[in-house]
Design a protein. Sequence first.
Length: 698
Amino acid sequence: MKNNFNQNKQRGSAAALKSIFLLFFVILAFSILYGQSDILNKLEKIRIPGLEDLLRKKPAINTDLSDAVTEVPFLDDFNPRYFTSLTVLPRGSNGEFILKSPGLYEEKLASYCLHAGTYGPSEGDGYLYAPLKGSQADIISNILRRAYRHPEISQNDIQLLIWAIQAHANIKEMSPEMQATASVLLTKKEIFNINGGALGLIPEELMQMALEKLPDQLRSVMEAEARIRALLSGMQGTYEDIEQIAVLVGDHALGEGSRQVPASRWSYHPEGFFIRFFASHYQETQVQIYRPELFQVQKDPQGRIASIDDGNGNRIEIEYDNSIKPLAIIGEPGLKGHAFRSVYFVNREILFSKLAVNSAFKWENTGYTLTGVPTGKGKNSTGLNRFTGLAQRCQLALDHKKQIEILDKQFTPKGNLEEIMDLSHVAIGLKEVIDNSSDSPDWAGDHIGLVKKAWQYNVCSREGGINTPTPTSTPTPTPTPTPTSTPTPAPTPIPAHTPTYDPSACTAVPLNTLKQILGLSPIPTTRPDCQAIKDEIRFQKAMQDAYANKQILEHAQKYKYTKEQYEMEVYKNATGKDPVSADDGAYMGFDIKSGEIVYPDYDENGNIRRDGNGRIMWSSSDNAKTICMIKMILKYGGEIGAIIYDAAQKHEGWHKNQWKLDSDKLKTLNGLSASEVGAYQISIDALSTALDNLKCPK
């Protein structure tokens, strides 16, 4: 959609004309007094209104690469495969994501150019977390927060307002449309402050004279801001015209001060989680977040890590070869090498077409790990036998320690550094075991993520991150003996706080200084499928009406229908479909015998199992519950799938409450009919509320 900026065009033209006449008389006077060749030299000595103000202006946003101080190179190979949509999390009043539960989350969010006159992002560019800073940082942050509550305002209009603030444009001189946008997203006080720092139009000749001695990068930015200010202040222009000025395209080298690091680098967020960004266009940025969960880490009697367990069937078990004496490293009294006797991986992967796949692999008599904290004074350059590559290991350990020390400088560290170092040692040692084995399974490299997740939990605890422990189940027994071990006390979590991710309070800073700094909003760019929720409400209302239909009920009672026959008759009446072949609505159910919520049982091809009479076969297992959720996410997408799943849970929860009150009543057709009518109302209300929250059109 194009936006025209012709407000006060005549006034803008008059002002420009006045400036031209002023410049003409200045030039004429100097031509007479000094001659043509001396004009520019003499103009530099005259105070030109507006130019000094321009050069003194503090940038609206001055975040740069030097502010990205919480990157974590140790996690460069931490690339989990499965993420949950950020939109399934509860939201704060300004759209911030409340990380109520530990886990991996991702979402593509609307983002904005905060650095006009630089190059837009492209595939493969690296970005790091940094706080939003600058003279107008609070105002721009507020715009992004308020935009969450005003979906009727387009992303382009929000971007134009941000560019206007960066360019020190006067809102009073903008088009009526832009003034209307500002009145919604800004307070009167904020508009007053912006207008107070606005700059007038400066003739191009004088602007060039003022900027010609500036460094190239700064000059291009200030020139872009001046051109944007001119287009916004009453002169003709479209969004595309301004975009061409603000977002450069084409080939370019690395800017001064750029860094070459992997594009997938994680940063530590002060709230207590890890975050990274992927951007291929300035208007959309994919955000990935990991809030670490508590792992079961056990050590053997010698204090070495013996096992790591996530409580969900994934674990790593290590036995050490005590026949090989631990290697003492010269000059590093706290650092020792320990040979592995065996390394055992158990991987449990839940698939939507099967209940679960358990895989296991064991390596024997290969590899080693270090323990302890290095000082950097070690003298050993080589290792013998099992301790090959020792010098490189010691250097990696020292580099890792320095990474932690950099984080420590940003926060108030507490907790055990040695625990963090030992986890990093094990991760490096296990990777070498896998890489040196020709028959390592494909999934083994990803499985080291368990160690890195446990490491992240400990880093969060050390740096003040907030993590509430999650209950863990007893590990599934395995045929191999578990090493004799003692549990390591888990880091003590800090209570009474849940971390939140507020996109509008931070930026994604490019590793190439010629690229765009990106501001983020809490608004997903993948719009919700409102129609899917409306269709679900329509289906559930039809089912509710059929259960409330007295004629169907009386017919079923007259001919002594069983509960299953009555349910199938209701379904046929509501949908006109054969319930034997249809899966509509088969999300979950309620077992009146056990009083438990149950889920469809699936065969190996992902189809719902049915008995000889066509009835759905149900299961109350955790696997069946997980597959149900995965099926719904695959069918509807992360956000909508979670909404419909939650509504179905509320529906069956109503039945469970009714069962507790009078289980025998639910066994009658009258009782079943009444319970279903109430349950459908509960889920319909939940879906309707979701429609409102998503701001879907009625």
